[in-house]
Design a protein around this ligand. Structure first.
Ligand SMILES: [Zn+2]
Length: 468
């Protein structure tokens, strides 16, 4: 049976960035996510600047969550003629504004650097992909849709968001078309979170669907359980306290820092880490924490218990925020023990680099990697035990102990995905796997076929279109 839907995969097809999927029905063009493509600089520059779909022809964009690989090209669409609505949960609207303003200032700074060189060589100058004004234009397009509410997309399509449990505000998108015997549901997972992760509710079962567009980032992997996080943190912090040294934690400003604060708060409350001072040295992270504070509607039962107990999930007596560069530098001369959370998570920039310069050669210190470390990043080199490493143009011998906390992943692993689909009694006529490198997507395809008996699973190539 045909439902008159077509779906085209323009981004995050056989890769993990630049999410962009186009659904067409009855003359309406709906885009699912509008992410920044992140790869080799020149290729990324071209792909982000020349979207595969003309922004002026798009009626609506459904945004699953605020991460840059899902939201980061939205201002570029606003700059290039998009006049429709962007639907997202209230928390995603707030986080996206923060992330996109930060991204806009980065885009402007990067192009200024490139243009300085090009001007010397008398070459034509580039424009930034987008700037702050484009974010202003975009923000006027947002329409907040709470979890569970049904929104009309036009053309006989409707949308419902459910908890995805991935980051604050993250949503599973259910698109519905037709009624009675000709009714069909399509689930777009965006990024699927994990059961029992802190702060957020678990991913909500979506029920049976006819069609699925599912992520496959960790389609070949099993994560350590969430329970191991606090024991690992406690063990490292005990050593740091005894040695009066430093624990440097490179962490993504939005999501990862707040998760760490939450765990540290619980450990502090239970008297398991004493009074060691904890510094969050990232203005973006501190703003993101404010957004987390403002969106209690996203919290799970445990996070809500803080309030009944008269506590707050993201504030406690030994936690301090650092705003100015001067205060950040003061930490370098301050005596330990201390914990410093700073971005970026892969040590590719940001204030964490200065803390590494001052801390990496001391064998008493610890560096704790808390997220995915892409190939060729400083974070990956530290994780792989490379020494010396180059930081801000100088070589440093790595004497600090480097540890990894892999239990904090915000993506479901292969088993968790199978469990989720099973709990939803999902048996789609057709499933598409996106947002994964080819080996991960292929592994998940095999697992879903074997364990759930799914017959029609496609790993679409970029630009491929399907009629449903
Ligand atoms: Zn994400």
């Amino acid at each position: 049976m045909s439902y008159g839907l077509t779906v085209t995969f323009h981004g995050a097809a056989q890769t993990v960035t630049g999410s962009l999927h186009v659904i067409e029905h009855a003359g309406r063009r709906i885009v699912l996510d509008c992410g920044l493509y992140q790869g080799a600089r020149k290729e990324a520059f071209e792909i982000n600047r020349n979207p595969a779909v003309d922004p002026a022809t798009v009626d609506m964009i459904v945004l699953s969550h605020a991460h840059l690989d899902h939201s980061g090209n939205l201002p570029s669409f606003a700059r290039r003629g998009f006049k429709g609505k962007v639907l997202a949960t209230p928390a995603t609207v707030d986080l996206a504004e923060l992330i996109l303003r930060d991204s806009a200032s980065l885009q402007v700074r990067q192009v200024e650097l490139v243009n300085r060189l090009r001007a010397e060589e008398h070459k034509n100058l580039f424009e930034p992909l987008y700037d702050e004004k484009d974010v202003d234009t975009l923000m006027r397009c947002f329409q907040a849709v709470p979890y569970g509410a049904q929104a009309d997309l036009g053309g006989g399509l409707s949308l419902t968001f459910l908890d995805a449990g991935h980051i604050l505000g993250s949503a599973l998108s259910i698109l519905e078309v037709g009624d009675g015997a000709s009714r069909a549901r399509l689930l777009y997972t965006g990024d699927l979170g994990r059961r029992d992760s802190v702060i957020l509710r678990d991913p909500a079962p979506a029920g049976p669907v006819e069609f699925l567009i599912g992520e496959s980032t960790y389609g070949d992997r099993l994560h350590p359980t969430v329970d191991e996080t606090r024991a690992d943190l406690q063990r490292i912090i005990e050593t740091v306290t005894a040695r009066k040294s430093r624990l440097i934690v490179p962490a993504f400003s939005v999501g990862r820092v707040q998760t760490l604060i939450y765990h540290l708060n619980q450990l502090h409350h239970e008297g398991r880490i004493g009074t060691i001072p904890i510094y969050v040295d990232s203005p973006l992270a501190n703003k993101a924490t404010e957004v987390f504070r403002n969106h209690q509607e996203c919290y799970d039962t445990e996070a809500n218990l803080f309030f009944t107990a008269g506590r707050e999930p993201f504030s406690f007596s030994t936690l301090h925020t650092v705003e100015t560069i001067a205060d950040s530098k003061k930490l370098n001369t301050q005596k330990g023990p201390m914990i410093i959370l700073a971005s970026s998570g892969m040590c590719e920039g940001g204030r964490v680099l200065h803390h590494l310069v001052h801390g990496v050669e001391d064998p008493n210190n610890f560096i704790l990697l808390t997220g995915y470390q892409a190939a060729n990043t400083l974070g990956r080199k530290l994780g792989d035990g490379v020494s010396p490493v180059n930081i801000l143009g100088r070589p440093y011998t790595v004497r600090a102990k480097v540890e990894k906390l892999e239990s904090l992943s915000a993506h479901a692993d292969a088993k968790e995905m199978v469990d989720y689909f099973r709990a939803s009694a999902m048996h789609p006529q057709k499933a598409f796997l996106v947002h994964g490198e080819p080996p991960q997507s292929a592994a998940l395809k095999q697992t879903l076929g074997q364990q759930l008996g799914w017959k029609d699973i496609t790993i679409p190539a970029p630009g491929e279109t399907f009629a449903l």
